[in-house]
Design a binder for this molecule. Sequence first.
Ligand SMILES: [Fe+2]
Ligand SMILES: [Fe+2]
Length: 183
Amino acid sequence: MDPIKYITVEHGPIQLMLKILGKMNEKIANQEPIEKKDLDDGIIFIREFADACHHGKEETLLFPAMKKNNIKKEVELIDILIEEHKQGRGYVKNLVEAIAKIKSDPTAFRQLFADNSQKYIALLSQHIEKENKILFQEAKSSLSESAIKELAEGFTDVEENKIGLSRIKELHDMVNKLKEAYL
Ligand SMILES: [Fe+2]
Ligand SMILES: [Fe+2]
């Protein structure tokens, strides 16, 4: 496994979820009916795949490995990326609060959902661009062969022992099902 290629490819399903979230928001803004379960599944995918599995590997393995080299421009960019992960978690928390109001306060639901989904989509879209175009390119040139090997082992450990391969498959199935319904 080439861990840099692997983590780049993982952005694909996350970008797919951002597109789905945009469509969900369009429907909600137009006051079209929407299944609460679909919104819940979207949140599950974002929290378990985009955040725990993907951002988890970046924060616990890739970023620390790169920081060890102590290259100033890389360290500065990594600190920004970590802040963006945190900011994203805040928007997702607000989305969960919005969804909880779907029946009791539909106006608040629509407003909160629109505001936080738009912010989340904008944040993550530019975040992924920065990683793909800058940080991951830097990783390819600055990480040693042994660091790359360690990274690959660490990624496998997170997936097999922390998230679980069968859960990861379920999460991919979840986003693909939402894709069929919304895109
Ligand atoms: Fe990231
Ligand atoms: Fe990423």
